[in-house]
Design a protein around this ligand. Structure first.
Ligand code: ZN
Length: 171
C-alpha cells in the first residue's frame, strides 16, 4: 500500500468524467487499498480515484475513518439506483482544502457497484452516508460540491478557487 498525493481544484482530472472499470483485478484492488490509506491519512471520510489523479470510477468511504473495519466501503463503478428526500449540510472536500459549502443532497440513497472481489454490492444509506455517496459519485462524474451550490455562491467560490489554483495550493 502507498499514500498517494491528493490533487486539488483546478486539475483537469477533477473536472472531467472518469472511465468505467472493465475488470476488477489486482491493480484495482491495489488502487482501492491505496485510496483507503490516503483517505485515513488525510484524514477524510471519502475519496474518489480522480482525487489521486486516476481517472477511473472507483470510490472509498469510511464514516469511522478507520475506527471500525466493518464500515469501510470500497466500490467500483458505483451508480445511484434510488434517491429520495432532501438534506443540506456543510461539506468539505480533500481537493478543496479550507473551503466548504452546503449543496442540496438526497436524504436517502441506494447505490450499486462492484466490490473488491468483482461481485455486486448494494448499499442503502441516509444522512451523512447518503451525502458521502453523492459527493464521491459526483467526483467520478467530474463534479465537485461547488458545482452544486446556488448560482450566486457557486460563481463567487469558483472565482476564489480559480485564483487559488493559479497561485498554487501549496501552503
Ligand atoms: Zn471531495
Amino acid at each position: 500500500m502507498a499514500l498517494r498525493p491528493i490533487v486539488k481544484y483546478g486539475d483537469p482530472v477533477l473536472h472531467s468524467p472518469a472511465a468505467s472499470v472493465d475488470r476488477v483485478d489486482d491493480s484495482i484492488r491495489g488502487l482501492l487499498d491505496d485510496m483507503v490509506q490516503t483517505m485515513y491519512a488525510a484524514p477524510g471520510i471519502g475519496l474518489a480515484a480522480p482525487q489521486i489523479g486516476v481517472p477511473l470510477r472507483v470510490i472509498v468511504i469510511d464514516l469511522s475513518v478507520g475506527g471500525d473495519p466493518k464500515q469501510v466501503i470500497k466500490l467500483v463503478n458505483p451508480e445511484l439506483l434510488e434517491r429520495d428526500g432532501e438534506q443540506k449540510h456543510e461539506e468539505g472536500c480533500l481537493s478543496i482544502p479550507g473551503y466548504g459549502g452546503s449543496p442540496a443532497r438526497p436524504l436517502r440513497v441506494t447505490v450499486r457497484g462492484l466490490g473488491p472481489d468483482g461481485e455486486e454490492r448494494v448499499y442503502s444509506g441516509s444522512e451523512l452516508l447518503a451525502r458521502a455517496f453523492c459527493h464521491e459519485i459526483d467526483h467520478i462524474d467530474g463534479l465537485l460540491f461547488v458545482d452544486r451550490l446556488s448560482p450566486l455562491k457557486r460563481d463567487l467560490m469558483k472565482r476564489k478557487l480559480r485564483k487559488r489554483a493559479r497561485e498554487g495550493w501549496e501552503e
